[in-house]
Design a binder for this molecule. Structure first.
Ligand code: GLN
Length: 244
């Protein structure tokens, strides 16, 4: 496969509701890192009532309980097509409230469970305190291994079965403040509590996701050409191990 005329399609799910703490910065980063390499981006913003066609990458940001309640039925109505997309190798990135809805359910305080997509074997229950602060985690699949961001959630997420964590918590609380892990991954579905937004300060993860989306589309591994990430790494290194 030559590196000319490459394309990926990206769907942004329900940004009018699920876009806390600048999570749209992840979409801006994915688009920018593709276009700076001449990779065309077919972009689709999915709002209430829209169909969700096939894409190489799906993104959903965070949301307070109320926003999650607004989108949950609509999101769940697309469960079967999103599940088949996952099984076809599509890439998913969910941040915080979006991540929680990738599991079987999110149980807010004193309210009915919000049913999730079950893309991951995981579930979330609202805890008694909010976890708010800087987070550094260590992955086993990125170089460098660290991912940085900040968390602001009361939900406690528990991974089960073949769903693996995104990384080990170095600073912060992560999924539930107890098991020492943060985020989740199953196939090419990634969830994390890292707001920030995540990808501008973690260019290696952004490129990892772009490479997976290219592989889904073209059926072979395609490494995106390197970019000058001096600023991005300065931002990354300024947060590493920043106290909570
Ligand atoms: N409402 C969820 C919680 O409080 C998710 C919050 C978020 O997306 N930052 O855990």
């Amino acid at each position: 496969m030559t590196k000319e005329n490459l394309k990926i399609s990206i769907a942004h799910l329900y940004p009018k509701y699920m876009n806390l703490y600048g999570d749209i910065g992840n979409i801006i980063t994915l688009k920018s890192r593709c276009m700076r390499r001449g990779i065309e981006v077919e972009f689709d913003e999915i709002n209430s009532g829209d169909k969700i066609s096939n894409h190489d990458l799906y993104f959903i940001g965070g949301g307070q309980d109320k926003q999650q309640e607004e989108v949950v039925n609509e999101l769940f109505s697309h469960k079967s097509e999103l599940t088949s997309q996952m099984n076809d190798g599509a890439v998913f990135l969910g941040i915080c409230g979006g991540y929680q809805l990738f599991g079987h359910y999110y149980q807010p305080h004193g309210k009915d469970k919000l049913k999730g997509l079950s893309l991951m074997d995981a579930y979330t229950v609202a805890g008694s305190k909010r976890f708010i602060g800087n987070v550094t985690i260590e992955t086993d699949f990125l170089t460098p291994q660290t991912l940085v961001g900040f968390e602001n959630h009361s939900g406690l997420t528990y991974l089960q079965g073949n769903t693996k964590p995104l990384g080990k918590v170095i600073v912060g609380n992560g999924n539930n403040g107890k098991d020492g892990f943060e985020g989740g991954r199953y196939k090419n579905v990634f969830g994390t509590y890292l707001h920030g937004s995540l990808l501008p300060k973690n260019p290696h993860f952004a490129d990892y996701l772009i490479s997976l989306a290219l592989e889904k589309r073209y059926g072979e591994k395609i490494e995106p050409a390197p970019l000058d990430d001096t600023l991005e790494w300065e931002a990354h290194n300024s947060v590493i191990r920043k106290p909570y």
